[in-house]
Write a protein that binds this ligand. Structure first.
Ligand SMILES: [Mg+2]
Length: 319
């Protein structure tokens, strides 16, 4: 209840208690200052999935079906690229064709989800989220850390991995299924610049069930001081060509972009090196996330530094 002696222009909010109270204790405060109310204290850490948090999940799925993945990618997906196909619909189209040929059985939603539940993740990924949350909470308890996933991979796979519940939102390519239960058509394609579209969702707070079925909502104009997560409060981690637009947008807006490569795939290292040569990323590291991994330590550093910047801004804002 709002005390009658207070002006009605603020709002009730949950805030962390001071340092001499139990670490996880919180209390309700009434925020009087409108400027404070609209000041964002959220950091978004956004991940790509394939080769960033896990070995390529589509290749893994195809291998689990007994498909020759070399033949699939080089023999089936590459040729249409010469006919000016976009790479993401090209691979989705070839997966549909594979399912319809039937040599390896139908590709059903259940099969994709089952693969998602069992697929391997890179070292340290399962505990990465809780460790980073704890690090930020310890350094700057008033700052909120959120995780997002933007993937050109398949939604029915990535939404069923053991880390799926760590993300505030997951955007990925999606299929519709025919009467037999097999994949029939892509209903969402997440490719190159499509990935940046979801950064705008995060920036404007257009996330969650309230926005399902409202594809144009992302174009809504939001004043700068009302943005839920400004780009300079975002950190992006990715490995591939489809991540370049996100690297550029976040980096040019004052956020951090981390390029990664899987040390098990040296062929992909030179692509990652290109990101450094072209100035696309702030850092380049192996996609490993245990406590001692360089990437993990840089992520801790970037998040703590961003959280410090936010805490300082909020003090200046309050005057
Ligand atoms: Mg990737």
């Amino acid at each position: 209840m709002v005390p009658s002696s207070l002006p009605q222009t603020g709002c009730w909010a949950e805030a962390a208690l001071g340092t001499n109270r139990p670490a996880n204790a919180r209390y309700n405060v009434f925020i009087l200052n409108r400027a404070v109310e609209t000041m964002s204290d959220v950091i978004a850490l956004i991940f790509d999935f394939d080769d960033t948090l896990a070995p390529d999940s589509t290749s893994g799925f195809l291998e689990s079906m007994g498909v020759d993945t070399q033949q699939f990618w080089s023999g089936r997906v590459d040729p249409p690229l010469a006919q000016d196909w976009d790479p993401v619909p090209a691979y989705l189209h070839e997966m549909i064709a594979l399912s319809q040929r039937g040599d390896h059985g139908l590709i059903t939603q259940e099969r994709l989800q089952a693969w998602g539940r069992t697929l391997p993740l890179h070292t340290g990924v399962t505990t990465l989220f809780s460790r980073l949350r704890e690090q930020v909470r310890r350094a700057h308890p008033q700052v909120q850390l959120e995780f997002y996933l933007i993937s050109s991979g398949i939604g029915d796979v990535v939404r069923h991995t053991q880390i799926a519940s760590e993300f505030n939102a997951i955007w990925a390519s999606e299929f519709i299924y025919d009467e037999q239960g097999g994949i029939a058509f892509p209903r969402r394609i997440v490719s190159f610049t499509d990935k940046t579209r979801y950064l705008f969702h995060i920036q404007k707070g257009i996330v969650g069930p309230a926005y399902v079925g409202k594809p144009f909502e992302v174009n809504r104009k939001v004043p700068e001081d009302r943005l839920r997560v400004p780009f300079d409060q975002m950190v992006f981690v990715g490995d591939g060509y489809t991540d370049i637009p996100c690297f550029s947008l976040i980096r040019s807006s004052g956020g951090f972009a981390f390029g990664v490569w899987d040390p098990k795939h040296r062929d992909k290292r030179s692509r990652a090196w290109g990101f450094i040569e072209d100035g696309r990323v702030s850092n380049l590291n192996q996609a490993r996330y245990d406590d001692d991994a360089e990437l993990y330590q840089w992520l801790e550093e970037a998040l703590t530094s961003l959280a410090g910047r936010i805490a300082l801004k909020s003090r200046v804002y309050r005057g």
